[in-house]
Design a protein around this ligand. Structure first.
Ligand SMILES: [Zn+2]
Length: 116
């Protein structure tokens, strides 16, 4: 999966489907699941002594969703798009938008020539 933490995504399927891009907080299960801010909110019941709720009670928190339900949000296209991977001429690997082919950042650095 090409979605990374911090990416903006749109949820395209499921109960929380919407057109508004939201940030990815966590990528789990080797990319199969993602936690998206404000999406799939559940109540977690916690005991006393929890740092976020010393008295105990219910915490509102996000639960992971299937990453197939989200699409990367391209700022150029202003919509959810598919991402591709490609190598640049200097050997760096980058992700790019399959619609407008804009780069969305390096995945690995340029190839460094071996010292002889
Ligand atoms: Zn695009």
């Amino acid at each position: 999966m090409k979605i990374k933490r911090g990416d903006m995504v749109v949820v395209v399927a499921g109960d929380d489907r919407s057109d508004i891009p939201k940030p990815v907080q966590q990528v789990l299960d080797n990319g199969e699941k993602v936690v998206v801010e404000g999406v799939n909110l559940v109540y977690k019941h916690v005991k006393r002594g929890h740092p976020k709720s010393p008295q105990g009670g219910r915490l509102r928190m996000e639960k992971a969703i299937q990453s197939s339900n989200v699409m990367y949000y391209c700022n150029t296209c202003n919509r959810g798009v598919k991402l591709g991977l490609r190598y640049t001429s200097d050997g760096a690997k980058e992700r790019f938008c399959r619609k407008c082919s804009t780069t969305v950042g390096q995945v690995s650095p340029p190839r460094t020539p071996y010292a002889q």
